[in-house]
Design a protein around this ligand. Structure first.
Ligand SMILES: Nc1ncnc2c1ncn2[C@@H]1O[C@H](COP(=O)(O)OP(=O)(O)OP(=O)(O)O)[C@@H](O)[C@H]1O
Length: 603
């Protein structure tokens, strides 16, 4: 896997503090610069023109669906700002250009990297009142330069790689397990990125309010995707939980505050899950929005000197997408996709946040679980180390295990603050982002085992039928199935695909058994036909050999005849088949032709 989509989220107008459209760069427009001497990694995009045209496409609305466009009211001229100092926008001296031109994301490829994007929030009022200003630099081409915190210190640059949440949603609809998570220090804009400014969701603002974050926009896009697929039947279910002080609380079931939920290991799916988590059927966009609203109201929020609305817990909002689709063999297959939105609580330097008492306890738990997450990311990103990954050391890593290195597709949104006082944390976040980018997962589509079994049996039956038909034609065998004494043929009932889901467990078991019996009968017939063919081939070979033996004998006789002045020789079979039967002339009679004829026989 190589670099794919690179994105930077940046405020369009820092003074007005506006939200920014994510920009999607084409895979072909990416290159990566690595400067080992400065221990830096910089991701760059190559061509502004390409970026613009791709952006125009990425905001295209698939079908009307009665919904306003996703980019509704979003600023247009966005967001990968190039404030190139040297005009070229390339990294500094010593950098090596490792172009990844033409790299694409192949959903069928075995492995996929975690996609990483970076979002830089604007300078906030508190920082402005302290006289702080933005110190991060964006020379263009996807780079962020974090100037050294001390004089003489080398400048740090970190890799910024990005992707779009739209791709994740499209994959979730196809049956992949997807996760978008925000990572960064406290107050860096994680919650803002996902759900917009504080109070917006809780107020129940319309889903089309432009201030909404990625979650609501994703919901809108998800419903657009669903409406664009009238050939499929979709079932959406949502759940919302938080991990507060290492306890899992169902945000849709406040009773669990007193009785936290358990995280268990499923042998079947080979992943962790939360027992007894409440899930809500969501038929409409409003249902999804209601889940978000209810959960956001219930989540733990506190205040400290760096953020008046600081999340004190990690939250996981999951939308499961079941898609029933009629396959080419008239079987209805169900895929089970998922999209998780994870809002991590921010790491805190308690000296800076002045946390005490309850807030301090929360901060310690947050930092501890983030440390385990960081350790897992470091282990996973180091391709050489194949040691133990300590997922079990925190609830957060248990629940993210599959997203980090399992069969899921993951997008990490690294959030950073733009000011000097936050530089060391920003560099840390970018370092983790660069590490996370190296992690590989193996995305797979989850399909119902029952449907997959029926489909594969049907495929096998069809293949066997075709092969048997071919053999029968080749062997000139005619079988009247209505007369089949075994009575095994044609007894599998033809079930309409849309009826499959109405069948009870016992009926389904019977159906599978019938398919298996039909397949077994076909295999038996297939074996018999192959045996008959082998027998015929053997007979044919015997006849051919006998034929050759006789021909040889005839040739021997002929050679004797040629030498005899009184017995006329007979033509060989091959000679006879190619020549007129009685053009043969006895060499003893016609001396003029004798040499030629003899030579002919020898050949
Ligand atoms: N892109 C942005 N545009 C405008 N305001 C922003 C932006 N990002 C963050 N903010 C503001 O900065 C403040 C802190 O942001 P937010 O609460 O999202 O941070 P956080 O990373 O979630 O912090 P914590 O980890 O403490 O929960 C909020 O008031 C938020 O509205």
């Amino acid at each position: 896997m190589s670099l794919k989509n690179l994105q930077i989220f940046q405020p369009l107008n820092r003074e007005k503090n506006r939200f920014v459209t994510p920009l999607k760069a084409p895979p072909s427009a990416l290159s990566r610069h690595i400067s080992k001497s400065a221990e830096t990694l910089v991701a760059t995009t190559r061509c502004g023109k390409e970026i613009k045209s791709r952006k125009a496409r990425s905001t295209e609305q698939p079908g009307s669906g009665g919904l306003p466009p996703l980019a509704h009211n979003w600023p247009d001229d966005v967001s990968l700002r190039s404030r190139s100092r040297n005009g070229s926008g390339s990294s500094r001296a010593g950098s090596v250009d490792r172009s990844t031109r033409g790299s694409t994301t192949n959903l069928n490829s075995d492995e996929d990297n975690i996609n990483v994007v970076v979002r830089v929030r604007p300078v906030n009022d508190q920082e402005r009142s302290r006289g702080e200003r933005e110190v991060l630099e964006f020379p263009g081409k996807g780079q962020v330069i974090c100037p050294g915190t001390a004089p003489g210190q080398k400048h740090k640059e970190d890799v910024l790689e990005y992707s779009g949440v739209k791709r994740l949603l499209e994959m979730a609809v196809e049956g992949f397990s997807c996760t978008a998570f925000c990572y960064g220090q406290t107050g860096s804009g994680k919650t803002h990125t996902l759900t917009g400014p504080p109070g917006l969701v809780e107020r129940g603002a319309s889903p089309f309010t432009p201030e909404h974050g990625l979650v609501v926009r994703s919901f809108v896009y998800l419903f657009q995707l669903i409406r664009d697929r009238p050939d499929c039947h979709f079932v959406l279910k949502a759940s919302f939980l938080e991990i507060y002080n290492e306890k899992v609380i169902d945000l849709l079931n406040p009773g669990t505050v007193k009785k936290p939920l358990q995280v268990r290991w499923s042998k079947d799916s080979r992943s962790f899950y939360v027992e007894n988590l409440f899930t809500v059927d969501c038929e409409e966009l409003d249902d999804l929005f209601a889940v978000l609203e209810e959960g956001t109201r219930n989540r733990a929020v506190g205040s400290h000197s760096m953020n008046a609305h600081s999340s004190r817990s990690h939250t996981v909002l999951s939308v499961r997408v079941r898609r029933d689709v009629r396959s080419e063999r008239d079987v209805t297959c169900s895929t089970h996709g998922k999209i998780n939105f994870v809002d991590l609580a921010g790491s805190e330097m308690t000296k800076r946040t002045h946390s005490t008492g309850k807030t301090l306890e929360e901060a310690n738990n947050i930092n501890k679980s983030l440390m385990v997450l960081g350790y897992c990311i470091a282990q996973l990103s180091d391709g050489k180390k194949k040691g133990h990954i300590p997922y079990r050391d925190s609830k957060l890593t248990k629940l993210l295990a599959d997203s980090l290195a399992g069969n899921g597709v993951t997008l990490m949104i690294a959030c950073i603050a733009p000011t000097r006082s936050n530089l060391s944390e920003s560099v840390n976040t970018l370092r983790y982002a660069a590490r996370a980018k190296k992690i590989k997962s193996k995305p797979i589509v989850k399909i119902d085992a029952r449907d997959a079994l029926i489909l594969s049996l049907k495929r096998e039956v069809e293949l066997l039928q075709a092969e048997n038909q071919h053999l029968r034609t080749a062997l000139h065998v005619h079988i009247d199935y209505s007369m089949d004494p075994s009575g095994e043929r044609d007894m599998t009932p033809r079930i309409e695909s849309n009826q499959l889901h109405q069948l009870g467990q016992s009926e389904l078991v019977r159906l599978v058994q019938l398919h298996m019996a039909e397949s077994a009968a076909l295999r038996r017939e297939n074996r018999e036909l192959f045996a008959a063919r082998d027998l015929l081939l053997r007979d044919h070979e015997l006849v051919t050999r006998e034929n050759e033996r006789l021909l040889k004998k005839l040739e021997d006789v002929n050679s004797v005849c040629i030498r005899s002045p009184i017995i006329p020789a007979q033509p060989t079979y091959s000679e006879a088949s190619t020549k007129e039967p009685d053009v043969w002339t006895n060499p003893s009679v016609s001396s003029a032709n004798s040499t030629t004829s003899r030579e002919k026989f020898k050949t």
